[in-house]
Design a protein around this ligand. Structure first.
Ligand SMILES: *Cc1c(COP(=O)(O)O)cnc(C)c1O
Length: 487
């Protein structure tokens, strides 16, 4: 063993001694543990300009090595710290990533063993574990376990793209020039991205308006389909949202499923953040229609508490994936295997894939699905309690009620009758000030032309106290803005 190995100029085998690996590994683990343990005491927000980051991190590629400890120290000090902490209990904006320690370590194992999760033959156990965990999810969402299938992806965007390619291939084949896709004005932007990059033109997209509750208008959807048929287009796919990013709204899935059935359309549901609510009683009720989908996107790195990256696409029939993605090149013939032995490279875009199933498997095994269920229930309750709190106050207006742990509200004191422009200005200012103070990750969105503050409460470690103190701060900032800029 050579403890000075890392200092050697010519370590062309890129190896460390056993002792060095262990010491280095322990330091990395200690750093991660410290991060988890002190989250609460840290400010979740960072901000830096490009020139500040250039100043800190720009350098030309080093020909010579540096001591491993020095590089690690530098990274801990300058790289890891200068990013928002999305797993912080006061990270409320967008869709947070609560994560969990078991899965973090599982990712370390998967990377440590550098397991290739592309084909059965090189990785039978990794492939089997993906089949096992996909089956858990199929069952959870009432998809047929035997016939159904799925694949883990990098995230929801990739799952939506995989769904769209599969749908296009199955429904349209090679000529999709007349095919039309329907989705609401609240659908996630990744769906539009997927539609565009899979070769559809802008004229093939129908954005259907939503009603007062932000659900897709069924009448407008039916009318659009009828009109397109009359004009010679080929309606082909409806994308529903099970938990819109803005308001947590679930589209009328049952009705949309029926329309798809009678019109012979592909039914894709984007449940990236919201679908895991099916684990709870309330969620099961509003997400009942999920069983009607041909394909479903879920994002375990959101409300199934996994670290980045893991998304997932489920399909009613696993053959649809294979017929859309399989290519059979000669250099992969030796590992093709038999029917039941799935090569996940045939089911999606990636050939070389990291072993994503492991973290999901290990965290569910360790905590039990019951803990996930309780965590999601807790989050739904937390959002409802927050709504109650806001409704009791004369300063706040609830703009969209708690739905799948998301709610939107704005500062709007009842007795002051401020103009809409003034309210927009104040609420935008509140989010800016909270961000500058670094105390919470909180952002605005726009609903029915009003600037509103939005909270997505999917972190099981967020407490009512975290929310109370954030709202208090928001109110102080709002008062401050109102007073300093005149009534
Ligand atoms: C987050 C989200 C996506 C995109 O998922 P990524 O994992 O960020 O790629 C798609 N749809 C919805 C509804 C989402 O909330």
């Amino acid at each position: 063993m050579d403890p000075n190995n890392q200092d050697k100029k010519n370590n062309h085998t890129l190896t460390l001694s056993k002792i060095e690996m262990r010491d280095y590994g322990y330091r990395v683990v200690d750093t991660i543990v410290e991060h988890f343990d002190t989250l609460q005491t840290k400010d979740p927000v960072t901000s830096a300009t490009r020139s500040e980051m250039d100043e800190l991190l720009q350098e030309s590629v080093p020909e010579e090595g540096t001591k491993a400890d020095e590089v690690l120290d530098f990274v801990v000090q300058n790289v890891l710290k200068n990013n928002d902490i999305l797993s912080h209990p006061k990270s409320f904006a967008f869709v947070p990533g609560p994560s969990n320690y078991i899965s973090v370590m599982a990712d370390a194992l998967a990377t440590g063993f550098n397991i290739f999760s592309g084909g059965w033959s090189p990785s039978p156990a990794a492939s089997e574990l993906e089949i096992v965990t996909i089956n858990w999810l199929l069952k959870l969402f009432n998809f047929p376990v035997k016939k159904g299938g799925g694949i883990f992806t990098s995230g929801g965007s990739m799952a939506n793209l995989t769904a769209l390619i599969t749908a296009r291939n199955y429904k349209c084949g090679d000529d999709f020039s007349k095919a039309i896709i329907y989705l609401s004005d609240q659908a996630h932007s990744s769906n539009i991205k997927a539609i565009r990059i899979s070769g559809f033109k802008k004229e093939q997209i129908r954005i259907i308006p939503t009603d007062m509750e932000f659900k897709i208008s069924l009448n407008k959807l039916r009318n659009a389909i009828a009109k397109d048929r009359l004009e010679g287009w080929m309606p082909f796919c409806i994308i529903a949202s099970a938990g819109t990013t803005n308001t947590g709204t679930v589209d009328p899935l049952e009705d949309m499923g029926k329309i798809c059935k009678t019109e012979n359309l592909w039914f894709h549901i984007d449940g990236a953040y919201g679908a895991p609510a099916i684990l709870t009683k309330k969620g099961k009720h509003i997400l009942k229609g999920i069983r009607l989908a041909d394909s479903l996107t879920i994002d375990p790195h959101k409300w199934l508490f996994q670290p980045y990256e893991i998304g997932c696409l489920l399909v009613k029939n696993h053959k649809w994936l294979k017929t859309s993605f399989q290519q059979n090149p000669e250099y992969l013939r030796d590992i093709e295997g038999n029917e039941s032995e799935i090569n996940f490279y045939d089911h999606g875009m990636q050939l070389t894939r990291r072993f994503r199933a492991l973290k999901f498997y290990m965290s569910v095994k360790t905590f039990g699905l019951g803990c996930f269920r309780t965590a999601i229930e807790y989050n739904i309750d937390l959002a409802e309690k927050t709504e109650e709190l806001l409704r009791k106050s004369p300063f706040w207006e609830v703009v969209s009620p708690a739905s799948l742990a998301v709610l939107n509200f704005r500062y709007s004191p009842i007795d002051l009758r401020l103009s809409e422009e003034r309210l927009d200005f104040i609420n935008r200012g509140v989010a800016k000030k909270i961000t500058s103070a670094r105390k919470a990750i909180l952002a605005t969105t726009v609903l029915q032309e009003k600037v509103v503050l939005r909270m997505c409460l999917i972190n099981p470690r967020t407490t009512m106290e975290d929310i109370g103190s954030t709202l208090k701060l928001c109110q102080d900032f709002a008062d401050e803005i109102r007073n300093s800029t005149g009534q």
